[in-house]
Write a protein that binds this ligand. Structure first.
Ligand SMILES: Cc1cc2nc3c(=O)[nH]c(=O)nc-3n(C[C@H](O)[C@H](O)[C@H](O)COP(=O)(O)O)c2cc1C
Length: 360
C-alpha cells in the first residue's frame, strides 16, 4: 500500500532510479476526460533533470507513454498506465557508495527495513519516483479544470537558504511567470540572488534547501472531510511524502502564533455570489473543509544529502570512511520540486472533489 495515494482518485507509482522505467497507474479517473500525452508532458518537462545549469546534468527526456486507460484521446474509466523509460542510467557512479550509507539519505533505512536495497541512486527513494506523481497529477489537474473551470494551482520558490522572496500578489501568479527565471521565484531581484547562492553552493560541492509556496485558486467551498481526512491533513501527507520535504504549514502557519485572535480571525464579507473572507490567515481551509478562498500552503525542503564535499562517516561495518559522492546531483532541488508540489496538490484536490461528489 505504501506506493498508493488517494481514496477514489488513486495513484500507484512504480520504478527505481536506475531501473528500466518509472511511472504510475491511475485508477478512479472519471471516464470521458479528453487525455493524451500532450496533457502530461509539459509538467514532466518542468520536472526533468538537465533542464538548466542549476539542475543535475543527468540527461533524461522523460517522455511519457500512456499504456492503457484511454482510446481515441479520451479516458475509458479503466486504470491509466503511465510509463517513462530511464535512459541515462549510470549505476556505476554509485559503486563506491554500496558499502557506505549516504548521511541523511535513505540507504541505511531501506537496508534496515528490507534487508536489501537497490544498488544505486536511491532506488525508490530517488526523486525519479516522483515522475509517476507528476504524470498522475497532470491528469488530476486536467479533470479538476474540466469539472470546475478556472482552477489554478501554482507553486513557486519562496526562499533558498537565507534568501527570502517578498510577498507575491496571488492574483497575477501564473506558471509562465514562475518559469521566467531558472530558480522559479517570481521576484526577479530575489531570483538573481538565489541563483548566485545556488551556483556558489554547487561550485563548493555543497547543497542548499529552502521553501516553496503553493496557491490553489478557483476551488469550490466544501472540499475535504471533517475529521481524519481534513483537506490540510491530506495536503500535509501529500507534501511530506515528497522526498526531502521536512515541513508543512497552511495559511498563517507558525507565524499565526505571533498574532492575537482579534488580528487573526478571517472576517466574512459578501463576495460575488458567495460569502468570502476579508483576510485569509486560514489558508482557505476551516475545520478541514475548503471555504472557497485560495488554499495557500508552504513546505520546507532540506539541503539535499548527496554532496561532492568530503564527509566523515562510517561504512556499514562501522569503519571510518571519507565520502565524496560522485553521481550527478542537484545542488538545490527546489526549482525542480515545483511541478511535484503542484501535482501532489492536484491529486489531493481531485480526490477530495470526487469524495465530495459521492459524499463519502
Ligand atoms: C526534485 C528532487 C531531486 C532530488 N535530487 C536529489 C539528489 O540529487 N541527491 C540527493 O541526495 N537527494 C535528492 N533528493 C532528495 C532525496 O530523494 C531524499 O532526501 C532521500 O530520499 C531521503 O529522504 P528524506 O530526505 O525525505 O528523508 C531530491 C528530491 C527532490 C524532490
Amino acid at each position: 500500500m505504501s506506493s498508493t495515494f488517494g481514496t477514489l482518485f488513486r495513484t500507484t507509482t512504480f520504478g527505481e532510479s536506475h531501473g528500466k522505467a518509472v511511472g504510475a497507474i491511475v485508477d478512479g479517473c472519471p471516464a470521458n476526460l479528453p487525455l493524451t500525452e500532450a496533457d502530461i508532458q509539459p509538467q514532466l518537462n518542468r520536472r526533468r533533470p538537465g533542464q538548466s545549469a542549476l539542475t543535475t546534468p543527468r540527461d533524461e527526456a522523460d517522455q511519457v507513454i500512456i499504456l492503457s486507460g484511454t482510446e481515441n484521446g479520451v479516458t475509458l474509466g479503466t486504470p491509466i498506465g503511465l510509463m517513462v523509460n530511464n535512459r541515462d542510467q549510470r549505476p556505476g557512479d554509485y559503486g563506491d557508495m554500496a558499502a557506505v550509507p549516504r548521511p541523511s539519505h535513505a540507504d541505511y533505512t531501506y537496508l534496515m527495513k528490507y534487508g536489501v536495497k537497490a544498488s544505486s541512486g536511491g532506488g525508490r527513494a530517488s526523486a525519479r519516483e516522483t515522475i509517476g506523481r507528476v504524470a498522475a497529477g497532470a491528469i488530476a489537474e486536467k479533470w479538476l479544470k474540466t469539472r470546475f473551470g478556472e482552477i489554478s494551482i501554482v507553486a513557486y520558490v519562496s526562499s533558498v537558504g537565507k534568501i527570502s522572496a517578498p510577498e507575491i500578489a496571488f492574483e497575477t501568479l501564473t506558471r509562465e511567470r514562475v518559469d521566467e527565471n531558472l530558480v522559479r521565484c517570481p521576484d526577479a531581484e530575489t531570483a538573481r540572488r538565489m541563483i548566485a547562492a545556488i551556483e556558489k553552493a554547487r561550485d563548493e560541492k555543497d547543497s542548499l534547501g529552502g521553501t516553496i509556496t503553493c496557491i490553489c485558486r478557483g476551488l469550490p467551498a466544501g472540499l475535504g472531510e471533517p475529521v481524519f481526512d481534513k483537506l490540510e491533513a491530506r495536503l500535509a501527507q501529500a507534501m511530506l511524502s515528497i522526498p526531502a520535504v521536512k515541513g508543512f504549514e497552511i495559511g498563517s502557519g507558525f507565524s499565526g502564533t505571533l498574532m492575537r485572535g482579534s488580528q487573526h480571525n478571517d472576517a466574512f464579507i459578501q463576495k460575488s455570489g458567495r460569502l468570502g473572507t476579508k483576510t485569509n490567515y486560514s489558508g482557505g481551509v476551516q475545520g478541514g473543509i475548503s471555504n472557497g478562498e485560495p488554499v495557500v500552503f508552504r513546505i520546507a525542503i532540506k539541503p539535499v544529502a548527496t554532496i561532492g564535499l568530503a564527509q566523515e562517516t562510517v561504512s556499514l561495518d562501522g569503519s571510518p570512511v571519507t565520502l565524496e559522492a560522485k553521481g550527478r546531483h542537484d545542488p538545490c532541488v527546489l526549482p525542480r520540486a515545483i511541478p511535484i508540489v503542484e501535482s501532489m496538490a492536484s491529486l489531493v484536490l481531485a480526490d477530495a472533489a470526487l469524495c465530495q461528489e459521492y459524499r463519502l
